[in-house]
Design a binder for this molecule. Structure first.
Ligand code: ADP
Ligand code: MG
Length: 409
């Protein structure tokens, strides 16, 4: 590296760490004989302390720079998000007669369970908060009847379709047989097709779905990394005002044949604004927002609500805010005082955005049901073909019941 090249903060820290490890090697070498024979002299100790002191100072400098770098990156991320969010939330240029139709719940044909299909998105612009885990377990709960109806009676298993809209395909990998998934990927039968209306005329909807973890009542539309490229292309087309790319999921899902087949359609959204997450929102009746109960995560909730609200208003959407769901709480029985405090911060954030959701005002913005942290997390993942415990754990039973109440009011 040429001496004139300015190092970036991460490079500075990496270099400091290298120096630090080298110094540690030397110190260990000097100190090792302590227990055997030769204690280092006072002068040698002084030397060790001096170099440690010096190293510490440099590390502190580097850490300060790294912190500044982090803040700058966060500021730029906000700018980028604002720019892309202003594209996604911009009003449609289509004439009302050209906007693909949203069939209101009451006008849909009867679903297999005798009611009307509900379409629900699980969204949060932050990753790692449990969207996929909760969605997958809720599919298991609904598809096996592990929830109660409005009168508190046990429910029959429902027919559920879940759609993976994250190109990372976590839900698909956790909940579909690897060989089946491979087949779908090879044939390109994934949620990437949902961003294509020409495909809609050619591909049979049912061919996009695969079995979900062996549950007879649940199906899955898987995702793979081809979705990323398509999402970006659809963003560019919208940005350059060439094509209105936000109504594809409405076209695919608001069809009698789909309504007749499923009681519930769940969208597992990515933690980003993409053609797919916006498309899901445009097609949905309700949106739920999984979040961890930590303060950083709660900030993401208000950012997500803001975006949802603007999209809803500018595109005249009928999607309603179903509520935020606390995931990974510390205890099974109740919330800690800190978690209660963060729950209240969600409530405050919601009040700010109520102007966007006036018809959702009669709900409490955070669900009473929450999902505690499980050790290792894996046993609520459904990895390696394990059944998801969403059908049997009381927390998911409570959650599915509360969601059922909210979407069937
Ligand atoms: N309640 C929970 N207890 C323990 N681990 C959890 C819990 N919920 C999620 N996890 C773990 O956290 C990680 C992120 O969850 P995931 O559902 O993929 O988040 P997201 O879809 O929001 O990115 C996963 O490894 C998952 O196993
Ligand atoms: Mg996810």
């Amino acid at each position: 590296m040429s001496p004139s090249k300015k190092l970036s903060p991460p490079e500075i820290v990496a270099r400091q760490l290298e120096d630090f490890y080298e110094l540690r090697r030397q110190i260990v070498k000097i100190l090792t004989p302590i227990n055997s024979y030769a204690e280092p002299s006072a002068a040698e100790y002084r030397e060790i302390l001096d170099s440690l002191q010096e190293n510490l100072g440099e590390m502190e400098d580097a850490a300060r720079q790294l912190h500044q770098f982090y803040q700058e990156a966060e500021r730029r991320l906000d700018q980028v998000l604002k720019a892309s969010s202003s594209i996604w939330t911009r009003p449609t240029g289509l004439k009302p007669s050209k906007v693909p139709r949203f069939t209101p719940i009451e006008n849909r044909p009867t679903a297999p369970g005798g009611g009307k299909t509900r379409i629900v998105s699980f969204i949060n612009l932050k990753g790692g908060v449990g969207k996929t885990t909760l969605t997958a377990n809720l599919v298991a709960a609904f598809a096996s009847g592990a929830f109660r109806d409005l009168d508190g009676r046990a429910n029959r298993p429902a027919r559920v379709l879940v759609v993976d809209l994250d190109f990372q395909g976590t839900l698909s990998q956790r909940c579909a047989e690897p060989l089946v998934l491979q087949g779908a990927y090879q044939k390109g039968l994934t949620s990437t097709k949902l961003l294509d209306t020409r495909a809609e005329a050619k591909v049979a909807f049912d061919d996009l779905t695969v079995p979900f973890l062996g549950l007879p009542n649940a199906r899955l539309i898987p995702a793979d990394d081809t979705l990323d490229d398509k999402d970006v292309r659809r963003l560019n087309e919208l940005a350059s005002r060439r094509t209105e790319t936000r109504y594809y999921h409405r076209i695919w899902f608001h069809k009698p044949a789909v309504f007749e087949k499923y009681d519930y359609i769940f969208f597992d959204c990515p933690p980003r604004l993409t053609a797919s997450s916006v498309g899901a929102l445009v097609a949905s009746d309700f949106v739920f927002m999984p979040t961890a109960p930590e303060s950083f995560d709660v900030n993401a909730v208000s950012r997500t609500m803001n975006w949802l609200g603007k999209t809803r208003k500018n595109l005249s959407l009928s999607v309603q805010f179903g509520g935020a769901i606390l995931n990974r709480t510390n205890n099974e029985k109740g919330l800690t005082p800190l978690e209660e405090k963060n729950k209240n911060r969600v409530k405050l954030a919601y009040e700010d955005f109520c102007e966007f959701f006036p018809d959702s005002l009669n709900i409490t913005p955070v669900l009473d049901a929450f999902v505690p942290r499980r050790s290792g997390g894996n046993h609520i993942n459904g990895v390696d073909g394990d059944a998801l415990p969403g059908a049997s754990l009381p927390c998911f039973h409570r959650l599915a019941t509360e969601i059922y109440r909210r979407i069937h009011q």
